[in-house]
Design a protein. Structure first.
Length: 94
């Protein structure tokens, strides 16, 4: 992908996310899944399609002394390329 196309694509994507966020629609597009494994600060969450995502917990959980656990249902931002995604929210435990 050439650099100019990449910049245009990223600018368009940021604009789209900004529109979703300002309209309160962002939560609709935040994937959900279940944590299936946790090792050394990395969490592996399986989405409804069966894909496993490697995630890190945001600092807000550490500040609140909340640790994601296997079996927790979470909302997350998937990683891109080789980057890890982020656990955004731990849904209420049953």
């Amino acid at each position: 992908m050439d650099e100019e196309f990449r910049k245009d694509f990223l600018e368009l994507e940021l604009h789209r996310l900004d529109c979703l966020s300002s309209n309160g629609l962002m939560e609709t597009f935040t994937p959900a899944g279940v944590i299936v494994k946790g090792v050394g600060g990395l969490y592996y969450a399986r989405d409804p399609q069966g894909e496993v995502h490697v995630l890190r917990a945001k600092g807000k959980f550490r500040k609140q002394r909340i640790t994601p656990m296997v079996g927790d249902r979470v909302r997350f931002t998937p990683g891109t390329g080789d980057e890890h995604g982020w656990v955004e929210e731990i849904l209420p435990r049953d």
